[in-house]
Design a protein around this ligand. Structure first.
Ligand SMILES: Cc1cc2nc3c(=O)[nH]c(=O)nc-3n(C[C@H](O)[C@H](O)[C@H](O)COP(=O)(O)O)c2cc1C
Length: 183
């Protein structure tokens, strides 16, 4: 039997969502980190990646100013750091320092990577589309890097590399590598 549900949390039905840490610099070159669950590839050619970002976020101002950002895909073990970066603003926090995450140079941008992530997409800002209470920020992926053991034929080795997923309400999970169909 189907029951009617309120629309208050309609977006919860898309959970669990893979949760990434996005690095971005302010106009003085200081790096901020934001946790994002609403993000997705949106074009193969050109390679475009979309993030849904509230204009209230400090990271929004950073990305508008520097016109670049890095998507860092992270392991489940970094749930505490992701939760911290998703519940504190860089306006009054040095999140890299407070989480002890390691910032390391990217290949093409001024914005650094998070070394503890297993894969990284370096993006330059292409377009900001006002949508609703979040804007769609579209980045062109200008470089991709990953830990050498993380992927085989560009597919994630989920036995070794457990990605972080958010299930809402301050709860995080990961994949069960034994749950699989192969065709
Ligand atoms: C798991 C998780 C996922 C989040 N996903 C998003 C998101 O997709 N878009 C967004 O604008 N905020 C998202 N947030 C909220 C921001 O991460 C949060 O407001 C953060 O403190 C903003 O930091 P900033 O002010 O330094 O940019 C998420 C928070 C958590 C905990």
């Amino acid at each position: 039997m189907k029951v009617n549900k309120t629309l208050a949390h309609f977006y919860h039905y898309a959970f669990p969502m893979q949760t990434a840490l996005v690095t971005c610099n302010d106009d003085k070159g200081k790096t901020n980190i934001i946790t994002l669950a609403w993000h997705t590839p949106i074009s193969r050619t050109p390679p475009l990646y979309g993030i849904s970002l509230s204009p209230k976020r400090y990271s929004y101002d950073c990305i508008q100013k520097t016109k670049e950002f890095v998507i860092n895909f992270i392991p489940y073990a970094l749930a505490p750091q992701a939760h911290y970066c998703g519940t504190h603003s860089g306006r009054n926090n040095d999140k890299a320092k407070n989480t002890h995450l390691t910032l390391t140079p990217s290949t093409k941008l001024k914005t650094p990577l998070i070394a503890e992530g297993y894969a990284h997409l370096e993006c330059t800002l292409v377009k900001t589309i006002p949508i609703g209470d979040h804007d769609l920020i579209i980045g062109e992926v200008v470089a991709a890097t990953a830990d050498d053991h993380a992927f085989t034929n560009d597919l994630l080795n989920i036995e070794q590399q457990q990605p972080l997923y958010y299930i809402g309400d301050n709860k995080y999970t990961t994949l069960d590598p034994a749950a699989r169909h192969e065709f």
